[in-house]
Design a protein around this ligand. Sequence first.
Ligand SMILES: [Zn+2]
Ligand SMILES: [Zn+2]
Length: 277
Amino acid sequence: MYKKERVFIATRHKKEQVIAPIFQQVFDARPFVSSFINTDQFGTFTREIIRKDDPITTLRRKCEYGYKTSGCPLVVASEGSFGSHPSMPFVNANEEVVMFKDFNENIEVIGKYLSTDTNLYESEVSSIIELEKALSEIKFPDHGILIRDKEENEVILKGVFDHEQVIRFVSASLKTGQKLEVSSDMRAVYNPTRMLNIEKATQALVQNMQSKCPQCEAPGFIVSDQKPGLPCSNCGMPTRSIKTAIKKCQKCEYESSIDFPNKKEKEDPMYCDFCNP
Ligand SMILES: [Zn+2]
Ligand SMILES: [Zn+2]
């Protein structure tokens, strides 16, 4: 599967550093990039262009754009989101999603990785002491920073990794009365912590790709749908918890279902609408 085949990695920010080796090792494929690609049109982390769609829709558009630009029907793209952790609202998290599309076979597979390991940070700085605190939170200079004019909401410094130069720039700007905001640069190439999360998401992707349809061997035979109805341990009525997971082949539509995918055959009455309405 995909042995010696060219796979286009639709990235502008050096994500191929982590994506390409995995595709080489796992499939013996030939990943490549192009300097003509500009994925920034789909949204940037420097807030210059705001992402319009959800990550999956954005990834589909990125893959289609990659296919059109490169002419290569096998495309990989990646997309990250940052913010509060879905179940821990006070903790920052980074979710990375990597998508593979085979435009010949009309197959789409994704891999996801959610991590609390992120240097997401944003703070107004009005002194060099505050700047130093921000730099250490962001793990500068291993990780990039962005400095914005807060009133104009415009990035005035990025891609600088020299400590002295940043200090000089901030001192000069503060003297003119500019209000400054320092934040972590989340572009993958300037953010090794994020790059590691993209690597984990790519590993999840290739694992999903390696799961093949038992009937036609198409890749990406993974759980695509779930059905509720796990019975309550007290009254036996169906609850809203997952009872069945469904795997469906994207090519031949072969389907298989697995009961109790979470290794749980009964649900706690606490989640039962009849016992605990
Ligand atoms: Zn199939
Ligand atoms: Zn019940």
